[in-house]
Design a protein around this ligand. Structure first.
Ligand SMILES: Nc1ncnc2c1ncn2[C@@H]1O[C@H](COP(=O)(O)OP(=O)(O)OP(=O)(O)O)[C@@H](O)[C@H]1O
Length: 503
């Protein structure tokens, strides 16, 4: 212990020595400061102006060498096609127009003192754009992209330079600009364009389609159905849209089939309309009773556009009706030729007995007699399985983004070929009006989410079978929610009573 204490004493300076050292240090510091001030004053006095300028230049060089430099900028120039109007058609200026339309949605009219405003009553809607020389910043994924509107030079002609929109950004974001930002712009414009287009509904006439505007108001918001089921349909559609590459990879046609079934008036047609409105797809309403044979069917299917929904309503009736029709023709036209089908008096082929197996052999056989359209007559009746094979075959080789919807009131009457796994991708049951579906209807008609009569109606709905069409009809009877709901409650009460009396 004693030796430890002594070594500590050696190591520490004595108090007077420390005070002396401190004094010396202070004196030295004061002297150094005084010298520095003196030197700076002397330099200012003694150094010539040129030398001082050179020193300051050297200092700025050093600063530039060591301070972080502003990022390199890259610029894409997007030229307007010379002599083009606002809406080009494949003349090379489309991207210019697309960007212009995109920027019109990004311009904040409050932040710019001067803006161009175009459009009019007859033209498209009003479009805001920058004046030449102005610029704006668009943020994308947290990165600033600067757009500048640049004036063209000279009149349109060989020497003229087209006006342009210039996109500049930090060089490190070049890949993002090319691979994500510009595609994002074109996709945004395309989506807006699709939203603006009115949808069409086509009906078959001979071997062609007649189209008209489709303004069905049904949307998934207004559709009264079980909320989970509704969500699963929407999710399925979304998944379908995103899976282009997946379908390519697995070598399957990019199509999806839905079978909608349920009693009349439960909203099957409304669901088809809601799907079309949601996807912005045109509808092709195929009336099979109007299809005169395989050649016609083939022509119809190949004439459908991409991004479309083929609907065949009451599919059970199509084929049973055809069979019944054939039966009548058989009776009128005499004995049926079992081997190859025989013409009835009207010249129709009346072979309605194609099974799944014999169908594949006979389906594509042609009759050489020309018809009024100059096509060979081909009048075999179309079977359901035949139709499905036909659709599969055709759609795997042509067209993309196709949806096919069959509706039926009687699923149990359907040909098993249709119910086989892999045929229709999703079976959707549209049932009687439940409580959640009723709340959607009440909101649609009166914008209400609650009412004193709701508990009573909820109980009645759990006891009677009523279709959304019937409920809609009752709600339509008055613009006054109280009166309409009272009417509905009375209607449901009477239904309940009628059921009680039957039992
Ligand atoms: N689920 C529903 N949601 C909203 N409205 C519906 C619904 N079901 C029926 N309606 C109303 O009833 C009308 C008829 O319904 P819709 O034609 O869609 O039924 P459906 O099941 O296709 O009938 P059908 O089998 O007779 O063709 C619709 O125009 C709509 O006003």
């Amino acid at each position: 212990m004693a030796s430890d204490r002594s070594s500590a004493a050696v190591a520490l300076p004595s108090y007077p020595k420390a005070v002396e050292a401190y004094r010396k240090a202070v004196a030295t510091a004061a002297t150094a400061t005084a010298y520095a001030v003196l030197a700076r004053g002397m330099a200012r006095e003694l150094l010539p102006h040129d030398l001082r300028a050179a020193a300051s230049w050297a200092a700025s060089l050093l600063r530039a060498r060591f301070e972080p430099r502003p990022a390199d900028r890259h610029t894409f120039v997007i030229k307007r096609a010379l002599g083009s109007s606002l809406h080009n058609d494949g003349d090379g200026g489309e991207l210019y127009d697309e960007v212009r339309q995109y920027l019109a949605t990004r311009i904040d009219p409050h932040s710019m003192r001067r803006l161009c405003l175009s459009g009019g009553v007859r033209g498209s809607s009003k479009v805001l754009s920058m004046e030449h020389g102005d610029s704006m910043v668009d943020m994308f994924e947290g990165v600033a992209f600067t757009w500048e509107s640049v004036a063209g030079e000279g009149r349109s002609g060989a020497a003229a330079v087209a006006e342009s929109l210039e996109l500049s950004f930090d060089a490190e974001h070049t890949d993002m600009a090319l691979e994500r930002y510009v595609p994002f712009i074109t996709a945004t414009v395309e989506e807006a364009w699709n939203q603006d287009q009115s949808l069409l509904i086509y009906m078959n006439e001979g071997s062609g389609w007649g189209g008209m505007n489709h303004h069905h108001p049904a949307t998934f918001d207004t559709l009264a159905m079980n909320p989970e089921l509704k969500q699963s349909v929407i999710a399925d559609l979304d998944r379908f849209l995103k899976r282009r590459d997946y379908y390519r990879r697995i070598g399957k046609a990019w199509k999806r089939g839905y079978l909608l079934y349920g009693p009349p008036g439960t909203g099957k047609s409304s669901l088809v309309a809601a799907m079309a409105n949601y996807l912005r797809f045109d509808l092709y309403d195929l009336d099979l009773s109007e299809v005169r044979g395989n050649t016609f069917l083939q022509r119809l299917l190949t004439r459908m556009s991409n991004k479309s929904i083929l609907v065949i309503e009451d599919i059970d009736c199509c084929f049973s009706a055809a069979s019944r029709e054939d039966g009548k023709k058989d009776q009128a036209g005499g004995k049926k030729d079992q081997a190859g089908g025989k013409k009835d008096q009207a010249g129709d082929d009346v072979d309605s007995d194609y099974s799944d197996d014999d169908y594949s052999d006979d389906y594509y056989s042609d009759d050489d007699a020309p018809d009024p359209w100059g096509m060979p007559q081909q009048e075999q009746k179309i079977t359901l399985s035949g139709l499905l094979n036909f659709i599969d075959g055709l759609w795997s080789t042509s067209g993309e983004e196709r949806i096919i919807v069959f509706t039926t009131n009687y699923k149990d009457r359907l040909d098993p070929a249709l119910l086989r796994p892999g045929r229709m991708d999703m079976h959707v049951y549209m049932g009687y009006c439940g409580w959640e579906a009723f709340k959607t209807l009440a909101h649609n008609y009166f914008l209400i989410d609650d009412h004193p009569l709701f508990p009573e109606i909820q109980e009645l709905l759990s006891e009677v079978e009523v279709t959304p069409a019937e409920v809609s009809e009752m709600l339509l009877r008055s613009e006054d929610a109280d009166a309409a709901l009272q009417g509905l409650s009375k209607f449901l009460g009477e239904k309940k009573q009628a059921i009680g009396e039957q039992n």
